[in-house]
Design a protein around this ligand. Structure first.
Ligand SMILES: NC(=O)C1=CN([C@@H]2O[C@H](COP(=O)(O)OP(=O)(O)OC[C@H]3O[C@@H](n4cnc5c(N)ncnc54)[C@H](OP(=O)(O)O)[C@@H]3O)[C@@H](O)[C@H]2O)C=CC1
Ligand SMILES: CC(C)=CCC[C@@H](C)[C@H]1CC=C2C3=C(CC[C@@]21C)[C@@]1(C)CC[C@H](O)C(C)(C)[C@@H]1CC3
Length: 438
């Protein structure tokens, strides 16, 4: 911290709301848990994967009768699932503490300091998968169908964990010396609790935000997928009878999670870490939204056994390969460039800020080519579920909304960072995500 700068000078009041301010934060905080349960009850074996019709009579019969009964509410909580989730979270923390990993510096904070992060998500991923596979090899697929069976209870446990963490971090942010997020210090309790008041909450060198964003979230997503494969294997008499559609969804998700673990350091420069506080948006996003909505296609295929055929398999693999190629090469170009390397001799523009902006290659085609690749992959993940229900296409719909909103937030951030140079860049690269379209 610059000499004489008081922490309060570094924590100015938030003057600008996002997400439609306190009302928006309140509504999202209520709607997200409702959507989480709705995606289960609307896409379950009982419903055959089909959402109930939205007619008033149907909603009154299907939803009203359930929500009105005490038994239904009791069914949302399961002590076995809660202890299992607590054990899972403890496993992630213990792995972070015990498994080897290099310490990497994050970006420079307003205090002038830098946080250090332990990079060992990949070993944690391998350890978790190894334990799951050992259980399956020892006990067969039925040894790992627990997650399928206890789904609702696990969602409730993860939801409670996200509420506890968001509230604990909010309360802790009032301690002296806490560095607050520039957008999370509005003074409105609901808004600051949702968006995150403290920038990088942690306990000692344990950073809660980056830990949650990769380990209990993305790796649990992978374990859920494996449990869905096991459930289908039990129903179909063994892994040899598991459908190609299920194997493809598992493979695509595994590639994405592995990529994220392998490129763990890329997380430390994202807006979620450098700008956003850790509040309910990120706690529920990390702990509940990622594992339990990103695995929707696998859960559907556990009870709806979609046969793709050779052409279908080829087509789906092609779409995912295209998406991953764009996603990986675009992120790779920027990450290399930001680390001082330019092996493709890409053209760039200098800026008053000092950091250069690529104007050829993927980042000369649009402002977020990585988003385009991610979106194409999100569609590829749904195609194996076929077209008999729209609900398994929830992810690309949600994801489009998230990434367009994220592009708008990043556009504002870059306008702040680069001033007129950002306007100049946008004249050179006018399209945001889809070249020629948006
Ligand atoms: N699966 C999911 O739910 C989600 C996935 N993602 C994925 O995470 C990845 C990262 O996305 P995100 O965190 O939004 O950040 P981005 O990777 O899009 O990076 C945006 C930052 O990159 C820098 N930048 C912008 N333009 C250029 C340029 N022309 N040349 C060099 N640097 C540039 C700027 O930062 P600066 O100049 O300060 O370095 C800008 O703030 C993406 O692949 C996205 O798809 C993201 C959110 C959710
Ligand atoms: C509906 C709701 C509660 C939304 C919250 C948003 C979160 C789900 C997303 C905000 C930013 C995210 C990132 C990833 C996953 C989704 C969330 C948490 C991410 C971990 C996915 C993998 C990427 O490689 C990434 C590490 C760059 C990325 C970081 C941002």
């Amino acid at each position: 911290m610059a000499k004489g700068t008081k922490i309060d000078e570094l924590n100015p009041r938030t003057t600008k709301y996002e997400f439609l301010g306190p009302p928006g934060a309140f509504v999202i905080s209520i709607v997200v848990p409702i959507v989480l349960y709705a995606l289960y009850f609307g896409c379950s074996e009982a419903s055959g994967g089909h959402p109930p019709s939205l007619s008033l009579a149907s909603l009154r019969e299907n939803v009203g009768s359930a929500v009105g009964s005490v038994e239904w509410w009791r069914s949302l909580w399961d002590w076995d699932a809660s202890f299992a989730y607590l054990g899972w979270y403890a496993f992630c923390v213990a792995s972070w503490a015990v498994l080897p990993g290099k310490w990497v510096e994050g970006t420079t904070l307003r205090t002038g300091g830098k946080l250090k992060y332990k990079v060992n998500a990949l070993p944690t991923f391998f350890l978790a998968i190894s334990i799951a596979l050992a259980l399956i090899i020892r006990g067969g697929p039925q040894a790992f169908t627990f997650i399928y069976e206890k789904w609702v209870g696990l969602v409730s446990a993860a939801l409670l964990m996200s509420l506890v963490q968001a509230t604990a971090c909010y309360i802790a942010s009032f301690r002296p010396g806490a560095l607050l997020a520039l957008g999370g210090n509005s003074g409105n309790v609901v808004y600051d609790w949702f968006i995150g008041r403290e920038l990088n909450p942690g306990i000692g060198c344990f950073d809660i935000s980056t830990f949650n964003e990769l380990r209990p979230s993305m790796i649990l997503w992978e374990l859920i997928d494996i449990s869905m494969v096991c459930e289908q294997a039990v129903r179909r008499g063994g892994f040899v009878n598991v459908t190609a559609s299920m194997w493809l969804v598992l493979a695509f998700h595994t590639l994405y999670v592995f990529d994220c673990m392998y490129n763990e350091s890329a997380l430390f420069t994202t807006m979620d870490v450098t700008t956003d506080g850790f509040g309910f948006m990120l706690s529920v996003g990390d702990l509940v939204w990622i594992p339990f909505t990103f695995s929707l296609q696998a859960r559907y295929l556990a009870f709806c056994h979609v046969e793709l055929g050779a052409l279908g398999v080829l087509g789906v693999i092609t779409v995912n390969a295209l998406g991953y190629w764009i996603f990986r090469s675009a992120n790779g170009e920027k990450n290399e460039f930001r680390n001082g390397r330019n092996p493709k001799n890409l053209k760039y523009m200098d800026t008053k800020r000092g950091t250069k902006l690529l104007i050829t290659g993927w980042w000369g085609m649009c402002q977020h080519p990585n988003y385009l690749g991610d979106l194409i992959m999100s569609v590829a993940w749904c195609l194996p579920t076929g077209f008999s229900t729209p609900i398994t296409y929830f992810y690309p719909v949600y994801f489009t909304v998230l990434l367009v909103h994220r592009q708008m937030r990043d556009d504002e951030a870059c306008a702040q960072k680069y001033g007129d140079d950002w306007k100049k860049y946008k004249k050179l690269v006018p399209y945001k995500i889809v070249p020629g379209i948006y």
